[in-house]
Design a protein around this ligand. Structure first.
Ligand code: SF4
Length: 215
């Protein structure tokens, strides 16, 4: 298991390399929450494609709470699981209107009571919008944490717990943002991470590191 000094070095080094904000970080709670929810089982690209029209059609929680669920479905029909997501968004809009005075709650405990919201979505909202420490474990975070030897767990919840125990709290917010970009660019899924151009290779114990392919 890595020590926390190495963990900090890895996160900071990757932070220098990947400075872009998260694709689903819309800078406000409503749009970030809905976009992250939509992005489950779908690429961020797909969400970014439909989101401007969706945002225009449903600019407020009120408009979403009063919308016919079929209108919401129509607006997101290119997104995976769009029917269940449309139902969740409508229920969520009603709950935010009726129980949270029209504002997205800013704690993990309350966020996960919203329909369709699990710990990963809640963690993205907490870090992106409220700048609260949380670790959103998605497929990139989980894969990279395993390769770096930071986690062994086989569920996102177990990996989240392991990372919380290992990574100093002040670094939590960076993990999802930098690992997602690093995971798309270098430490990619499948059997061929591009280890020859990895800026943190010297701190990585992954036994199947891949050298530069011959040209
Ligand atoms: S050395 Fe390879 S496996 Fe390890 S973090 Fe870098 S890209 Fe990923």
């Amino acid at each position: 298991m890595a020590d926390s000094k190495i963990v900090i070095r890895v996160i900071r080094r990757l932070g220098q390399e990947y400075s872009k904000k998260g694709d689903m970080d819309f800078g406000n709670a409503k749009d970030t929450l809905i976009a992250v929810l939509l992005s489950a089982q779908t690429t961020d690209k797909q969400v970014l494609k439909i989101y401007p029209a969706f945002q225009k059609q449903f600019p407020t929680w009120k408009s979403l709470s009063e919308a016919d669920v079929r209108e919401i479905e129509k607006s997101i029909h290119t997104i995976g699981l769009y029917r269940s997501k449309a139902r969740a968004i409508k229920k969520m809009a009603k709950m935010i209107r009726d129980e949270f005075k029209g504002r997205v709650p800013a704690t993990m405990e309350k966020l996960v009571t919203l329909p369709g919201v699990g710990r990963k979505t809640a963690s993205c909202v907490l870090t992106y919008v409220f700048h609260e420490p949380a670790i959103a474990v998605d497929t990139h975070v989980s894969r990279i944490a395993h390769r770096l030897g930071w986690a062994k767990g086989n569920t996102p919840e177990k990996v989240e717990k392991e990372l919380m125990a290992l990574v100093p709290k002040k670094e939590w917010m960076e993990i999802n943002r930098v690992f997602v970009q690093f995971g798309r660019d270098v430490c990619v899924g499948g059997k061929k991470p591009k280890c020859w151009k990895c800026p943190v290779a010297k701190w990585c114990p992954y036994e199947s590191k891949i050298g530069e392919p011959e040209r």
